[in-house]
Unconditional design. Structure first.
Lengths: 180, 180
DNA sequence: TCGAGCATGTAAATTGTTACATGATTTT
DNA sequence: AAAATCATGTAACAATTTACATGCTCGA
Protein backbone atom coordinates (compact mmCIF):
# COMPACT_ATOMS: atom_id res chain seq x y z
CA UNK A 1 0.00 0.00 0.00
CA UNK A 2 1.50 3.30 -1.10
CA UNK A 3 0.25 6.37 0.72
CA UNK A 4 -0.08 9.65 -1.10
CA UNK A 5 1.37 12.78 0.45
CA UNK A 6 -2.03 13.87 1.59
CA UNK A 7 -2.83 10.46 3.07
CA UNK A 8 0.35 10.54 5.08
CA UNK A 9 -0.17 13.92 6.70
CA UNK A 10 -3.78 13.00 7.51
CA UNK A 11 -2.72 9.73 9.10
CA UNK A 12 -0.07 11.62 11.03
CA UNK A 13 -2.56 13.98 12.62
CA UNK A 14 -4.98 11.14 13.27
CA UNK A 15 -2.16 9.25 14.98
CA UNK A 16 -2.04 12.07 17.56
CA UNK A 17 -5.81 12.06 18.13
CA UNK A 18 -9.11 11.42 16.30
CA UNK A 19 -10.39 14.33 14.23
CA UNK A 20 -12.93 15.31 11.60
CA UNK A 21 -11.87 16.24 8.08
CA UNK A 22 -12.44 19.85 8.99
CA UNK A 23 -10.13 19.57 11.99
CA UNK A 24 -7.44 17.88 9.91
CA UNK A 25 -7.57 20.81 7.51
CA UNK A 26 -7.22 23.22 10.45
CA UNK A 27 -4.27 21.31 11.86
CA UNK A 28 -2.50 21.38 8.49
CA UNK A 29 -3.20 25.08 8.03
CA UNK A 30 -1.85 25.93 11.46
CA UNK A 31 1.32 23.86 11.22
CA UNK A 32 2.56 21.98 8.17
CA UNK A 33 1.12 24.21 5.48
CA UNK A 34 4.45 25.96 4.84
CA UNK A 35 6.01 22.71 3.66
CA UNK A 36 3.05 20.35 3.24
CA UNK A 37 -0.43 21.61 2.38
CA UNK A 38 -3.74 19.85 1.76
CA UNK A 39 -7.11 21.04 0.44
CA UNK A 40 -10.64 19.86 1.22
CA UNK A 41 -10.82 18.52 -2.32
CA UNK A 42 -8.20 15.99 -1.32
CA UNK A 43 -9.00 15.46 2.35
CA UNK A 44 -12.61 14.29 2.15
CA UNK A 45 -12.21 11.80 -0.68
CA UNK A 46 -8.96 10.54 0.87
CA UNK A 47 -10.66 9.93 4.23
CA UNK A 48 -13.09 7.65 2.48
CA UNK A 49 -10.30 5.81 0.70
CA UNK A 50 -8.41 5.34 3.96
CA UNK A 51 -11.59 4.06 5.61
CA UNK A 52 -12.16 1.57 2.77
CA UNK A 53 -8.55 0.44 3.15
CA UNK A 54 -9.08 -0.09 6.88
CA UNK A 55 -6.47 2.45 7.96
CA UNK A 56 -9.00 4.70 9.68
CA UNK A 57 -12.48 4.23 11.16
CA UNK A 58 -15.33 6.70 10.81
CA UNK A 59 -17.68 7.57 13.64
CA UNK A 60 -20.70 9.87 13.51
CA UNK A 61 -20.27 12.72 15.97
CA UNK A 62 -22.82 15.40 15.07
CA UNK A 63 -23.02 18.73 16.88
CA UNK A 64 -26.76 19.21 17.23
CA UNK A 65 -28.32 18.75 13.81
CA UNK A 66 -25.04 19.54 12.05
CA UNK A 67 -23.55 16.33 10.79
CA UNK A 68 -19.95 15.60 11.62
CA UNK A 69 -17.74 12.55 11.16
CA UNK A 70 -14.74 11.91 13.36
CA UNK A 71 -12.04 9.55 12.12
CA UNK A 72 -9.83 7.38 14.30
CA UNK A 73 -6.65 5.68 13.11
CA UNK A 74 -6.64 1.87 13.28
CA UNK A 75 -3.78 -0.42 14.25
CA UNK A 76 -3.21 -1.11 10.54
CA UNK A 77 -3.16 2.64 9.87
CA UNK A 78 -0.63 3.16 12.60
CA UNK A 79 1.56 0.44 11.10
CA UNK A 80 1.40 2.05 7.66
CA UNK A 81 2.23 5.44 9.08
CA UNK A 82 5.14 4.09 11.13
CA UNK A 83 6.51 2.32 8.06
CA UNK A 84 6.47 5.58 6.12
CA UNK A 85 7.93 7.51 9.04
CA UNK A 86 10.73 5.06 9.80
CA UNK A 87 12.07 5.17 6.23
CA UNK A 88 14.75 7.89 6.27
CA UNK A 89 14.31 8.55 2.52
CA UNK A 90 12.29 11.56 1.50
CA UNK A 91 11.17 13.69 -1.42
CA UNK A 92 11.85 17.40 -1.53
CA UNK A 93 10.24 19.47 -4.24
CA UNK A 94 10.21 23.19 -4.66
CA UNK A 95 8.26 25.30 -7.13
CA UNK A 96 9.66 28.77 -6.58
CA UNK A 97 8.36 31.22 -9.14
CA UNK A 98 10.27 34.15 -7.65
CA UNK A 99 13.65 32.44 -8.13
CA UNK A 100 12.57 31.60 -11.66
CA UNK A 101 11.73 35.22 -12.38
CA UNK A 102 15.00 36.32 -10.82
CA UNK A 103 16.81 33.81 -13.03
CA UNK A 104 15.50 35.61 -16.11
CA UNK A 105 15.64 39.10 -14.58
CA UNK A 106 18.28 40.29 -17.05
CA UNK A 107 15.26 40.86 -19.29
CA UNK A 108 13.75 43.26 -16.72
CA UNK A 109 14.49 46.87 -15.89
CA UNK A 110 16.33 47.57 -12.64
CA UNK A 111 13.12 48.82 -11.09
CA UNK A 112 11.25 45.66 -11.99
CA UNK A 113 14.01 43.43 -10.66
CA UNK A 114 14.05 45.45 -7.48
CA UNK A 115 10.27 45.09 -7.10
CA UNK A 116 10.68 41.34 -7.39
CA UNK A 117 13.38 41.24 -4.72
CA UNK A 118 11.24 43.35 -2.40
CA UNK A 119 8.18 41.16 -2.95
CA UNK A 120 10.24 38.15 -2.00
CA UNK A 121 11.55 39.89 1.09
CA UNK A 122 7.99 40.72 2.13
CA UNK A 123 7.07 37.04 2.01
CA UNK A 124 9.80 36.13 4.47
CA UNK A 125 8.87 38.95 6.81
CA UNK A 126 5.24 37.84 6.71
CA UNK A 127 6.17 34.22 7.47
CA UNK A 128 8.40 35.36 10.26
CA UNK A 129 5.51 37.23 11.87
CA UNK A 130 3.19 34.25 11.50
CA UNK A 131 5.71 31.74 12.84
CA UNK A 132 6.68 33.91 15.81
CA UNK A 133 2.98 34.21 16.68
CA UNK A 134 2.78 30.41 16.81
CA UNK A 135 5.97 30.31 18.85
CA UNK A 136 4.61 32.41 21.71
CA UNK A 137 1.15 30.80 21.68
CA UNK A 138 0.17 27.58 23.46
CA UNK A 139 2.01 24.52 22.12
CA UNK A 140 0.26 23.17 19.06
CA UNK A 141 0.77 19.54 19.93
CA UNK A 142 0.99 18.98 23.67
CA UNK A 143 3.89 16.92 24.88
CA UNK A 144 5.46 16.60 21.45
CA UNK A 145 8.96 18.02 21.05
CA UNK A 146 9.58 17.75 17.32
CA UNK A 147 6.88 20.10 16.09
CA UNK A 148 8.81 22.79 17.96
CA UNK A 149 11.99 21.76 16.20
CA UNK A 150 10.27 22.22 12.86
CA UNK A 151 8.91 25.57 13.99
CA UNK A 152 12.41 26.62 15.03
CA UNK A 153 13.63 25.65 11.56
CA UNK A 154 10.92 27.80 10.01
CA UNK A 155 11.81 30.80 12.11
CA UNK A 156 15.57 30.43 11.63
CA UNK A 157 15.16 29.97 7.89
CA UNK A 158 12.84 32.96 7.59
CA UNK A 159 15.32 35.15 9.45
CA UNK A 160 18.18 34.00 7.28
CA UNK A 161 16.18 34.47 4.08
CA UNK A 162 14.87 37.91 5.04
CA UNK A 163 18.45 39.00 5.66
CA UNK A 164 19.69 37.46 2.42
CA UNK A 165 17.08 39.25 0.30
CA UNK A 166 17.70 42.52 2.11
CA UNK A 167 21.37 42.36 1.28
CA UNK A 168 20.46 41.47 -2.30
CA UNK A 169 18.32 44.59 -2.45
CA UNK A 170 21.25 46.69 -1.28
CA UNK A 171 23.51 45.09 -3.89
CA UNK A 172 21.06 45.87 -6.68
CA UNK A 173 20.70 49.46 -5.52
CA UNK A 174 24.46 49.88 -5.35
CA UNK A 175 24.83 48.41 -8.84
CA UNK A 176 22.19 50.77 -10.24
CA UNK A 177 23.90 53.74 -8.62
CA UNK A 178 27.26 52.91 -10.25
CA UNK A 179 25.85 52.07 -13.72
CA UNK A 180 23.45 54.65 -15.11
CA UNK B 1 -3.53 33.33 -22.37
CA UNK B 2 -2.35 31.76 -19.13
CA UNK B 3 1.00 30.05 -19.27
CA UNK B 4 1.66 26.98 -17.17
CA UNK B 5 4.82 26.81 -15.10
CA UNK B 6 6.42 24.51 -17.60
CA UNK B 7 5.47 26.77 -20.49
CA UNK B 8 7.07 29.71 -18.78
CA UNK B 9 10.43 28.11 -18.11
CA UNK B 10 10.54 26.79 -21.68
CA UNK B 11 9.74 30.19 -23.10
CA UNK B 12 12.41 31.68 -20.84
CA UNK B 13 15.14 29.46 -22.21
CA UNK B 14 13.91 29.97 -25.76
CA UNK B 15 14.04 33.73 -25.16
CA UNK B 16 17.80 33.35 -24.66
CA UNK B 17 18.31 31.26 -27.82
CA UNK B 18 16.51 28.66 -29.99
CA UNK B 19 16.70 25.10 -28.73
CA UNK B 20 15.28 21.62 -29.21
CA UNK B 21 13.09 20.01 -26.56
CA UNK B 22 16.06 17.91 -25.56
CA UNK B 23 18.21 21.00 -25.07
CA UNK B 24 15.51 22.71 -23.00
CA UNK B 25 15.46 19.69 -20.73
CA UNK B 26 19.25 19.88 -20.40
CA UNK B 27 19.13 23.59 -19.61
CA UNK B 28 16.53 23.02 -16.90
CA UNK B 29 18.49 20.12 -15.42
CA UNK B 30 21.67 22.14 -15.27
CA UNK B 31 20.17 25.27 -13.77
CA UNK B 32 16.59 25.69 -12.57
CA UNK B 33 15.91 22.12 -11.52
CA UNK B 34 16.46 22.84 -7.82
CA UNK B 35 13.49 25.21 -7.76
CA UNK B 36 11.71 24.53 -11.07
CA UNK B 37 11.88 21.18 -12.81
CA UNK B 38 10.31 19.85 -16.01
CA UNK B 39 10.03 16.39 -17.53
CA UNK B 40 9.96 15.26 -21.15
CA UNK B 41 6.36 14.22 -20.62
CA UNK B 42 5.53 17.89 -20.22
CA UNK B 43 8.08 19.50 -22.51
CA UNK B 44 7.23 17.84 -25.81
CA UNK B 45 3.45 18.22 -25.63
CA UNK B 46 3.86 21.78 -24.35
CA UNK B 47 6.14 22.71 -27.27
CA UNK B 48 3.37 21.70 -29.64
CA UNK B 49 0.81 23.70 -27.70
CA UNK B 50 3.06 26.75 -27.73
CA UNK B 51 3.58 26.32 -31.47
CA UNK B 52 -0.19 26.07 -32.06
CA UNK B 53 -0.63 29.22 -29.96
CA UNK B 54 1.98 31.00 -32.09
CA UNK B 55 4.37 31.65 -29.20
CA UNK B 56 7.14 29.54 -30.70
CA UNK B 57 8.07 28.37 -34.20
CA UNK B 58 9.35 24.92 -35.07
CA UNK B 59 12.14 24.29 -37.56
CA UNK B 60 13.50 20.92 -38.68
CA UNK B 61 17.19 20.71 -37.88
CA UNK B 62 18.20 17.05 -38.20
CA UNK B 63 21.71 15.79 -37.38
CA UNK B 64 22.28 13.34 -40.21
CA UNK B 65 19.32 10.96 -40.32
CA UNK B 66 18.41 11.69 -36.70
CA UNK B 67 15.40 13.94 -36.64
CA UNK B 68 15.57 17.03 -34.52
CA UNK B 69 13.27 20.04 -34.15
CA UNK B 70 14.56 23.39 -32.99
CA UNK B 71 12.11 25.91 -31.58
CA UNK B 72 12.44 29.65 -31.79
CA UNK B 73 10.43 32.13 -29.71
CA UNK B 74 8.18 34.50 -31.68
CA UNK B 75 7.47 38.16 -30.98
CA UNK B 76 4.14 37.12 -29.48
CA UNK B 77 5.92 34.58 -27.30
CA UNK B 78 8.37 37.19 -26.11
CA UNK B 79 5.48 39.46 -25.20
CA UNK B 80 3.78 36.73 -23.21
CA UNK B 81 6.99 35.90 -21.42
CA UNK B 82 7.71 39.54 -20.60
CA UNK B 83 4.18 39.95 -19.25
CA UNK B 84 4.70 37.03 -16.89
CA UNK B 85 8.16 38.21 -15.91
CA UNK B 86 7.17 41.81 -15.24
CA UNK B 87 4.44 40.82 -12.79
CA UNK B 88 6.11 40.89 -9.35
CA UNK B 89 3.61 38.35 -7.94
CA UNK B 90 4.74 34.75 -7.62
CA UNK B 91 3.80 31.34 -6.31
CA UNK B 92 6.01 29.48 -3.89
CA UNK B 93 5.21 25.89 -3.05
CA UNK B 94 7.24 23.43 -1.07
CA UNK B 95 6.65 19.72 -0.57
CA UNK B 96 9.25 18.77 2.01
CA UNK B 97 8.82 15.21 3.17
CA UNK B 98 11.77 15.38 5.53
CA UNK B 99 10.29 18.29 7.51
CA UNK B 100 7.02 16.36 7.64
CA UNK B 101 8.77 13.29 9.03
CA UNK B 102 10.61 15.45 11.51
CA UNK B 103 7.30 17.00 12.54
CA UNK B 104 6.04 13.56 13.58
CA UNK B 105 9.42 12.32 14.82
CA UNK B 106 8.21 12.03 18.42
CA UNK B 107 6.87 8.69 17.20
CA UNK B 108 10.39 7.58 16.23
CA UNK B 109 13.31 6.28 18.28
CA UNK B 110 16.25 8.62 18.80
CA UNK B 111 18.30 6.63 16.33
CA UNK B 112 15.63 6.92 13.65
CA UNK B 113 15.22 10.65 14.20
CA UNK B 114 18.98 11.04 14.01
CA UNK B 115 19.09 9.07 10.76
CA UNK B 116 16.51 11.45 9.32
CA UNK B 117 18.47 14.53 10.34
CA UNK B 118 21.64 13.07 8.84
CA UNK B 119 19.89 12.20 5.58
CA UNK B 120 18.69 15.77 5.32
CA UNK B 121 22.19 17.06 6.02
CA UNK B 122 23.57 14.87 3.27
CA UNK B 123 21.18 16.44 0.76
CA UNK B 124 22.48 19.92 1.50
CA UNK B 125 26.08 18.80 1.28
CA UNK B 126 25.37 17.14 -2.06
CA UNK B 127 23.69 20.25 -3.42
CA UNK B 128 26.54 22.37 -2.21
CA UNK B 129 29.00 20.22 -4.14
CA UNK B 130 26.86 20.38 -7.28
CA UNK B 131 26.31 24.12 -7.08
CA UNK B 132 29.97 24.89 -6.40
CA UNK B 133 30.89 22.83 -9.45
CA UNK B 134 28.62 25.06 -11.55
CA UNK B 135 30.11 28.12 -9.89
CA UNK B 136 33.68 27.40 -11.01
CA UNK B 137 32.69 26.13 -14.49
CA UNK B 138 32.08 28.28 -17.56
CA UNK B 139 29.11 30.65 -17.16
CA UNK B 140 25.88 28.84 -17.99
CA UNK B 141 24.30 31.79 -19.72
CA UNK B 142 26.86 34.13 -21.22
CA UNK B 143 26.44 37.82 -20.49
CA UNK B 144 23.56 37.31 -18.09
CA UNK B 145 24.07 38.46 -14.50
CA UNK B 146 20.97 37.16 -12.72
CA UNK B 147 21.53 33.45 -13.18
CA UNK B 148 24.64 33.98 -11.07
CA UNK B 149 22.57 35.72 -8.41
CA UNK B 150 20.29 32.71 -8.25
CA UNK B 151 23.29 30.40 -8.09
CA UNK B 152 24.69 32.48 -5.22
CA UNK B 153 21.36 32.12 -3.44
CA UNK B 154 21.54 28.36 -3.89
CA UNK B 155 25.05 28.16 -2.51
CA UNK B 156 24.39 30.49 0.43
CA UNK B 157 21.19 28.66 1.31
CA UNK B 158 22.88 25.26 1.11
CA UNK B 159 25.66 26.43 3.40
CA UNK B 160 23.19 27.84 5.89
CA UNK B 161 21.04 24.72 5.80
CA UNK B 162 23.96 22.30 6.12
CA UNK B 163 25.09 24.20 9.21
CA UNK B 164 21.57 24.29 10.66
CA UNK B 165 21.08 20.54 10.31
CA UNK B 166 24.53 19.85 11.73
CA UNK B 167 23.73 21.84 14.82
CA UNK B 168 20.40 20.04 15.06
CA UNK B 169 22.28 16.74 14.98
CA UNK B 170 24.47 17.89 17.86
CA UNK B 171 21.41 18.96 19.84
CA UNK B 172 19.77 15.59 19.39
CA UNK B 173 22.93 13.77 20.42
CA UNK B 174 23.27 15.97 23.51
CA UNK B 175 19.63 15.33 24.42
CA UNK B 176 20.06 11.56 24.04
CA UNK B 177 23.17 11.64 26.22
CA UNK B 178 21.34 13.44 29.04
CA UNK B 179 18.14 11.34 28.87
CA UNK B 180 18.66 7.57 28.84
C1' DT C 1 30.28 -3.77 -31.65
C1' DC C 2 28.53 -2.05 -27.63
C1' DG C 3 27.19 1.41 -24.63
C1' DA C 4 26.35 6.15 -23.72
C1' DG C 5 24.16 9.87 -25.14
C1' DC C 6 21.05 12.25 -28.60
C1' DA C 7 16.29 12.82 -29.78
C1' DT C 8 11.20 12.50 -29.70
C1' DG C 9 7.18 11.08 -28.32
C1' DT C 10 2.60 8.70 -26.02
C1' DA C 11 -0.52 6.66 -22.49
C1' DA C 12 -1.90 5.94 -18.08
C1' DA C 13 -2.15 7.12 -13.70
C1' DT C 14 -1.78 10.21 -10.01
C1' DT C 15 -2.18 14.38 -7.78
C1' DG C 16 -3.85 18.43 -6.79
C1' DT C 17 -6.46 23.03 -7.15
C1' DT C 18 -10.57 25.67 -7.79
C1' DA C 19 -15.09 26.60 -7.93
C1' DC C 20 -19.36 25.42 -6.63
C1' DA C 21 -23.09 23.76 -3.60
C1' DT C 22 -25.45 22.98 0.73
C1' DG C 23 -26.85 23.71 5.31
C1' DA C 24 -26.20 24.35 10.67
C1' DT C 25 -24.47 27.05 14.50
C1' DT C 26 -22.39 30.75 16.89
C1' DT C 27 -21.06 35.42 17.37
C1' DT C 28 -21.77 40.26 16.68
C1' DA D 1 -30.52 39.82 11.28
C1' DA D 2 -26.23 39.26 9.29
C1' DA D 3 -21.72 37.51 9.21
C1' DA D 4 -18.41 34.32 10.45
C1' DT D 5 -17.40 29.82 11.20
C1' DC D 6 -18.42 24.90 11.33
C1' DA D 7 -18.94 21.04 8.33
C1' DT D 8 -19.07 18.11 4.17
C1' DG D 9 -18.85 17.17 -0.24
C1' DT D 10 -18.54 17.00 -5.83
C1' DA D 11 -17.13 18.18 -10.58
C1' DA D 12 -14.17 20.09 -13.71
C1' DC D 13 -9.93 21.11 -14.73
C1' DA D 14 -4.89 21.49 -14.65
C1' DA D 15 -0.47 19.75 -13.85
C1' DT D 16 2.80 16.27 -13.51
C1' DT D 17 5.18 11.76 -13.10
C1' DT D 18 6.25 7.37 -14.77
C1' DA D 19 6.74 3.94 -17.78
C1' DC D 20 7.09 2.65 -22.18
C1' DA D 21 8.51 2.82 -27.08
C1' DT D 22 11.51 3.93 -30.94
C1' DG D 23 15.62 4.80 -33.44
C1' DC D 24 20.16 7.37 -34.60
C1' DT D 25 25.16 8.57 -33.76
C1' DC D 26 29.59 8.71 -31.86
C1' DG D 27 33.44 7.25 -29.30
C1' DA D 28 35.91 3.51 -26.89
Amino acid sequence: MTLSGTAVVMLGFLALRPRSGYEIKQAVDRSTRYFWSASYGQIYPELRRLARAGLVEAEDAPTGARRRTVYRITAAGRDEFQAWLADPGFGLEVRDESLLKLFFADLLTSEQALALVRARQAVHHRWLGQLRAIDVGPPFVGGQAFPDVVLAYGIDFSEWAATWWESMERRLIARDASEP
